[in-house]
Design a protein around this ligand. Sequence first.
Ligand SMILES: [Zn+2]
Length: 185
Amino acid sequence: MGIRRVVVQQGKHLLYVEHIVAGARILRNSWRRVSVHVCPGCRSGRMYPFEEIVDGELRQFRGCEHCDHFEAVDINRDADSMSRLHALSQTRMTEMGDTALHAQQRKFRRLSRVWYLLAVLTLMLAGWQVLANALGLTFVFLLLFSVNLAVYGMAASYRYWQVGHRQLFVKGAFRHWLKKGEWIV
Ligand SMILES: [Zn+2]
């Protein structure tokens, strides 16, 4: 192997490393974007975690770096956070107006339908495995994947219902929606 060839190969190798590094950087940045919690109060500050003892119990909270908004991490266990977030969401929805809210609803409905459709297609693939007498890991995987997709579909339907009925941050809203059975929108 000539020296020239080695150099070319090394160069290629370095090129791949650069690609991997660039890919990792993009992934890290987009992960940050999704995982950073933006304050629902001022909508610009970042939320930072802190702990506090409430009624003799150590509880997790997060608070804004700019304004005085704070909320419990598990809002379902904290009526105070829940009611403040509910008030904020009502104000925000009033600001958005009916047209924007309807657009939001349509987005959730579209999402819900896409997830359900994918769930049905995956279920059909699982069924095809049964017909082909190939009950193995692939079948189990397809079945679980289908359930997973259906759950996404349900979540989007729930959001559709929440926006339509202005039921954001309302305790027991999920159970109420489940009972009403508006799973397919
Ligand atoms: Zn804030």
